[in-house]
Design a protein around this ligand. Structure first.
Ligand code: E4P
Length: 220
């Protein structure tokens, strides 16, 4: 399974990269805007934070077909190992189809429905991101949409990859993992919540205390 972080927080990426092999980093215009660092300054800093490795994902900004293609070219020319995120809209599909013809890898984003996601990959995108928490917030079932999309991919586009996105709670992410999601991008706070149960620290402290009492040392 590929685990990515959905963030522009370079310090958090550096911190987590020390303890975990992060496969890649996703951003979108809102995530970049929240960090306040321009994309072409941010992306090299993220790559450094990952120790020079990892796949980066950045989204087109323009709303016209020509503008999105131009954005994609800028990203592709300036940053190595980068996948261009394109929303699955009528214009976005045109962009995905054209970029695929040009050999530029894309991720179909802003996906709220399984069939919409399938169209994104059939147009040429290598990756597709259903928006789990946003689907839930609409009264839908994000995990169910992920499961349906996964089923469509395995039947119709087995070489394409799902990267589930848009999480607001650890439970939403866990549900995607349970249904066998092969790729998932987590906000930093959710990654941290998976490993911050206070009971764990209590258990670990207890081990050290028991050892110390018996052998008068805190190491082997
Ligand atoms: C990532 O690729 C998506 O753009 C992101 O997960 C969307 O998250 P949000 O729904 O919290 O904005």
């Amino acid at each position: 399974m590929k685990l990515l972080l959905d963030t522009s927080d370079v310090h958090a990426i550096k911190r987590i990269a020390k303890m975990f092999p992060i496969w890649g980093i996703t951003t979108n215009p809102a995530i970049v805007a929240a960090g306040g660092v321009q994309l072409f300054d941010l992306l090299p800093a993220i790559r450094d934070a990952l120790g020079g490795e990892g796949t980066l994902f950045a989204q087109v900004i323009s709303s016209s077909v020509e503008g999105m293609i131009e954005d994609a070219h800028k990203l592709n020319e300036r940053v190595e190992n980068l996948v261009v995120k394109v929303p699955v809209t009528p214009k976005g599909l045109q962009v995905i189809k054209e970029l695929t013809k040009q050999g530029i890898p894309t991720l179909a984003t802003s996906v709220y429905g399984a069939a919409q996601g399938l169209l994104g990959v059939l147009a040429g995108a290598k990756y597709v991101s259903p928006y789990v928490s946003r689907i839930d917030a609409q009264g839908g079932d994000g995990a169910q949409t992920v499961s349906e999309l996964q089923c469509l991919l395995s039947t119709h586009a087995p070489d394409k990859e799902l990267v589930a996105a848009s999480f607001k709670s650890p439970r939403q992410a866990l549900e995607c993992m349970l249904i066998g999601c092969k790729g998932i991008t987590l906000p930093v706070n959710i990654f941290d919540l998976f490993i911050s149960d206070p009971a764990v620290a209590v258990a670990v402290d207890q081990f050290v205390e028991n050892w110390g009492k018996a052998f008068h040392t805190d190491c082997l």
